[in-house]
Ligand binder design. Structure first.
Ligand code: NDP
Length: 475
């Protein structure tokens, strides 16, 4: 919608504005076209070590009760060799390959062949065919938004199995966790490699491709902006949302079922993690149309970072708290449990309201009310590849007047709550908050760099009006 409005506005103003407008070079507001040594070093590091990091975390739970230091100590003191650890690691099994193939096939079927019906009966829910933002080449893609429906159907099937049909145990995911890791890796590498080849041989939109000339950078950060197969199979929307995020809540349910099987009860910390992360996942699907306007879809190209990240990094590392609680069933006292719940809900509230304010502001082109008042904003302009001038607005009131990325601050508060639910015995469950802090701070800087290239002096006016990034008065 916002993209449509932006385009319409641009059409109206084009005659006035395109005279004397210099042609912009392609990529002026896309991601970097020249690869600096730091980016290249980070990319090589991640390509080499990210799969090992995931393996290390999961293995340390499987073999060392989630201690991150014990495997290292064993290796450094010579008590164990790498081969000892590797030999104890479950390998790929036909069973896991079958489960994973069925899982991905189910998600493809739900994504491709069942048009959204939720928007027909859920008031306020935006589903069905929706438009994305304007790409740097000036394209506006259409998406079939049916993630909420896919999530509901998948979970109804899960509960029907757990309570009625008993085709498989609800602990199935936990019980096959490492064999499934190999399957997820195969899919992650396959899809990223395919996306790279497709970018060279048959891109969906050649004008939105980005070739830096550096093989590793292109493989990692992607060539195509919105690779598609046919009209509707959009790689970014599918891999970002499903199979990873639909699986997130099922993985947590499987961990809860494992606790029940092992200890005869589910701890309040496990319930907290299931509930708080469940809210986050449901929020994602309820707002899937909004998600089309986020950085992942609007600005990132599709490469290993998204392809492998969505298949492996997200389902394995975002669910570490639940996995940890299977090995360490923490029962919190009521005061701690309530405190953590409050922190999680407050974080979620800030995250949601901040995102909603921007979405509302952009959808209505500023004709709305934020905290009961007309929003304040800065008018700005930018150009697409073909030299067309577009106009946009940057809001400076509501939570967007407090800090330039207060939505990230809310997200970080929620992330901290999941970790705190696990107590303080081990560092492993705190990986999430450490990772999210690095990810969102880096994302904030990356986004601001991009916005500066896009809006130029208008962005400077905005940062003068809203001087802090995440924490008012501090950062
Ligand atoms: P934002 O939703 O903050 O989007 C940033 C974009 O919004 C900018 O590029 C700019 O785009 C526009 N914008 C910036 N400032 C303003 C303003 N004042 N008024 C209007 N528009 C503005 O970022 P993300 O897409 O990264 O994040 C979306 C949500 O997803 C966040 O809440 C984040 O916490 C969450 N997230 C979660 C992750 C996870 O792994 N759990 C990972 C990443 C994000 P334009 O070019 O249109 O002007």
């Amino acid at each position: 919608m916002a993209a449509h409005q932006e385009k319409k506005l641009a059409q109206e103003r084009r005659n006035k504005s395109t005279q004397n407008v210099p042609q912009t070079s392609q990529g002026q507001w896309g991601r970097a076209w020249e690869v600096d040594w730091f980016s290249l070093a980070s990319i090589l590091f991640l390509l080499l070590f990210a799969p090992l990091i995931v393996y290390y975390f999961i293995m340390s739970c499987d073999q060392y009760q989630c201690s991150l230091t014990d495997p290292l100590m064993d290796l450094l003191t010579g008590r164990k060799h790498l081969s000892d650890i590797w030999n104890k690691t479950p390998m790929l099994t036909w069973r896991a390959a079958g489960i994973y193939s069925l899982w991905v096939t189910l998600q493809v079927v739900l994504y491709m062949f069942i048009p959204d019906f939720c928007h027909k009966f859920l008031p306020g829910y935006v589903g069905g065919v929706q438009e994305g933002a304007v790409t740097p080449a000036g394209v506006v893609n259409k998406y079939q938004i049916n993630g909420l429906q896919a999530w509901i159907i998948t979970h109804v099937l899960w509960f029907a199995n757990a309570y009625c049909f008993h085709f498989f145990s609800p602990t199935i995911i936990f019980d096959n966790w490492i064999p499934l890791l190999w399957c997820a890796n195969i899919l992650g590498y396959a899809v990223s490699t395919f996306a790279m080849i497709k970018g060279y041989l048959f891109p969906t939109n050649a004008k939105d491709c980005k070739f830096t000339g550096n093989f590793f950078y292109d493989y990692m950060m992607g060539i195509e902006f919105n690779p598609r197969i046919g009209k509707w199979f959009d790689f970014k929307l599918f891999f970002n949302g499903r199979p990873g995020i639909v699986a997130w809540t099922l993985i947590n349910l499987s961990y809860a079922a494992k606790q029940q099987e092992l200890y005869g009860q589910v701890t309040n910390s496990m319930i907290l993690v299931n509930v708080l992360q469940g809210i986050y996942v449901l929020d994602f699907f309820w707002n899937e149309a909004w998600y089309l306007k986020t950085i992942d879809i609007c600005h990132d190209h599709f490469g290993w970072y998204l392809g492998w990240g969505d298949c492996v990094w997200l389902p394995y590392l975002y669910t570490l708290q639940g996995l940890y609680l299977v090995y360490h069933p923490v029962q919190l006292c009521t005061a701690n449990a309530v405190g953590i719940l409050m922190l999680g809900l407050l974080g979620y509230y800030i995250f949601r309201v901040t995102n909603h304010q921007k979405d509302l502001f952009r959808r209505t082109n500023g004709n709305c009310r934020i905290w009961g008042k007309k929003p304040e904003y800065i008018e700005c302009s930018y150009m697409s590849v073909d030299g067309t001038k577009y106009y946009s607005k940057l809001m400076t009131s509501g939570f967007w007047g407090w800090a330039r990325h207060f939505n990230y601050t809310g997200d970080l508060m929620g992330s901290l709550a999941y970790c705190l639910a696990c107590g303080f015995e081990h560092i492993l469950p705190y990986f999430y908050i450490i990772y999210m802090t690095i990810l969102l701070t880096h994302r904030c800087i990356r986004d601001e760099h991009r916005c500066f290239s896009k809006y130029g002096k208008d962005w400077k006016r905005y940062t003068a009006a809203v001087p802090y990034r995440l924490l008012p008065g501090i950062f």
